[in-house]
Design a protein around this ligand. Structure first.
Ligand SMILES: [Zn+2]
Length: 292
């Protein structure tokens, strides 16, 4: 009798998990512009029934306040009539890393496989919707870094060494090595890779000009050889235009002091970045960006 009750209870619990379809673990919304914002590392949820990622080499810290900033950016865009496509993870990185392949996203606890799949299927579906409707678009994969230099790092899949080479000799890098290959091939004003990285209307220069120092940009083209730098992870590789045409991707790594740490800074950044995103898209994706 006891066994039967126990079996019933545990069965009910596992059914609940399936029936809930991971509600609350990922938030997504369809947009009305060709922009997807993804935030994989800002979540707080640590359900006991998913094992901690305790195998060697696992980075388990959450990207502090990135989810808060992602929601604020969405809100700012809403105020001016734009809804970006969004895919935000609510699960803590100690349980699942959603900027890695399925096999390396956890430490051999397959419980979270469905969530990994749901998160990435959603990005894939939105990406495809954007391609069907606009032909091209942009994905921003939002993170926070703990590097000592307080500046935003933009990942286009170019290492700091490649950025240094490129800022000295723009012909040294083929643009098909980047996550913005589609943008360069289809640019309405035929801008080159160097314009997109270091020019006045590059994302880095727009951010720097508006009070958020950024590398690469016109004033800070490349990290020095001894400076740590994130050049773009799995999401930037898989959802950008290095391997497939259509949607470009940029990894946005936000510094902490003067940006993420204090709520006033987060609010200021979100307002500025929402405006920059629209200016950037109106300039670089002018042929496909909807007028309102
Ligand atoms: Zn991250």
């Amino acid at each position: 009798m006891f066994k039967a009750i126990f079996a019933f209870v545990s069965c009910q619990q596992s059914n609940e998990k399936i029936n809930n379809q991971w509600d609350g673990f990922v938030e997504f919304r369809k947009g009305n512009i060709p922009l997807i914002i993804v935030a994989p590392h800002g979540g707080d949820l640590k359900p006991q029934w998913i094992e901690n990622r305790d195998c060697e080499g696992s980075v388990i810290t959450k990207d502090l306040y990135t989810l808060d900033i992602a929601f604020q950016i969405e809100n700012e865009l809403n105020k001016i009539g734009y809804q970006p496509f969004i895919v935000y993870a609510k699960i803590h990185r100690i349980k699942l890393d959603l900027n890695r392949s399925l096999q390396t996203s956890h430490c051999e606890d397959d419980t979270s496989n469905e969530l990994w799949q749901l998160f990435h299927d959603q990005i894939f579906t939105f990406r495809q919707e954007i391609i069907n409707k606009y032909n091209r678009g942009l994905l921003i994969d939002m993170h926070g870094h703990g590097h000592p230099i307080q500046r935003i790092e933009l990942g286009y899949l170019l290492t700091s060494q490649k950025l240094r080479e490129l800022s000295g000799d723009e012909k040294s890098i083929q643009h098909d090595e980047t996550s913005i290959n589609s943008l360069i091939e289809n640019h309405p004003e035929n801008k080159r890779l160097s314009d997109l990285l270091f020019g006045d209307y590059s994302l880095g220069s727009l951010l720097s000009k508006n009070g958020f120092p950024t590398v690469p940009s016109s004033t800070d083209p490349a990290p020095k050889s001894d400076e740590p730098f994130f050049s773009g992870g799995t999401n930037t590789k898989n959802y950008g235009s290095k391997y497939q045409n259509g949607v470009d991707a940029i990894q946005l790594e936000l510094n902490r002091n003067g940006l993420r740490q204090d709520s006033e800074d987060r609010e200021r950044f979100s307002k500025v970045f929402a405006k920059i995103l629209i200016d950037y898209m109106k300039f670089h994706y002018s042929d496909i960006f909807p007028s309102n």
